[in-house]
Ligand binder design. Sequence first.
Ligand SMILES: Cc1cc2nc3c(=O)[nH]c(=O)nc-3n(C[C@H](O)[C@H](O)[C@H](O)COP(=O)(O)OP(=O)(O)OC[C@H]3O[C@@H](n4cnc5c(N)ncnc54)[C@H](O)[C@@H]3O)c2cc1C
Length: 324
Amino acid sequence: MNSAVVVGAGIAGASVAYFLSRAGVNVTVVDAGLHAASHVPSALINPVRGQSGQVDADALAGMHQTWALVEDLTARGHRIPHGRTGVLRPMPDDQTRARFGRHLPADLKTQWVAPAAPLGPGWAHALFLPDAGWVDGPALCAALLSASGARLVTGRAECWTAHAVTLAGGERLNTGAVVVSGGSVGSTWAGEERTHRMGSMLLLDRAVSGVPLSFGAYLSPDARGGVLGGTFEAPSPTWEAPRLPLGSLRWLLERGAALTDLRAVQVTGRWTGSRLSGLRVGRDDAGVWHLSGLSSKGFLLGPLHARRLAEQVRSGGTPTSPLQ
Ligand SMILES: Cc1cc2nc3c(=O)[nH]c(=O)nc-3n(C[C@H](O)[C@H](O)[C@H](O)COP(=O)(O)OP(=O)(O)OC[C@H]3O[C@@H](n4cnc5c(N)ncnc54)[C@H](O)[C@@H]3O)c2cc1C
């Protein structure tokens, strides 16, 4: 298989394009240029998730893969704002610490530290993850696409088969393999019913802490200052147009103020995106390849899944590559 069309240029599609190209495949990427969750201004590379402290089986390998890509692309001259600063996870009580402690794998570097400034008062414990950090989403996607050398077609793919993609204008792209990585909006355009969650970031004039702080919401540096973000809207069965209801804004500000003192910080803007849950990776019955449903872990796990998928696509797949 020496050619492929990838639908979607978010972190999933851009990573698939990158790894396919490196394996010698001639890649075309089709992207509508709309509603990419991967345009998140600052994505945490954080293996210890949520308020339960769950650690995905692939979290360590995913974190190392993403950092390796960032380092490699940076060394080749691509500008990708990021910080391998570690991430601090404050916890409100002993129960939460015990829950997190149960999930931590032995090979993950962790340090329990005393909660101190810039954390606000009221935190009982704090877990420092020295290998974690943050990355600029659009910059990483752009670097992957550029380094892949893939041909980029701006437009919407209307439909596809195992060996062809038809664009909205009727043009047909014939190819050796088709990979669909359309994220939340693409899933709804394709008529699927899956689980979507909207979240927002307030863009801040400064980073309140050099190390991202995360519990409930997160505060992180970004390329222009900082962000306060989280995913708080109720799940929905389809992608929905970006919005930030006042109640959600209040939720975000309360979570942010619990993390640290925000009184000196200015809000300079807002970014809203929708993420898709339910990992879908592999080949469907029609022979079309998929990588979607990366949920809140697109930058932690997307490149790793993309590398594995690209190996299967390049080799034409095996009986052990069904859709998950
Ligand atoms: C508020 C918020 C905070 C987040 N924080 C983090 C975090 O800290 N760490 C982390 O790892 N992840 C985080 N995520 C999740 C992460 O952003 C997503 O998992 C990831 O970006 C999904 O990438 P994707 O490539 O699957 O989809 P997307 O980035 O949504 O890209 C899909 C692309 O495909 C295009 N497309 C779709 N259908 C078609 C079609 N038919 N034809 C042409 N183009 C099409 C779209 O226009 C879009 O450009 C966050 C998400 C949100 C919303």
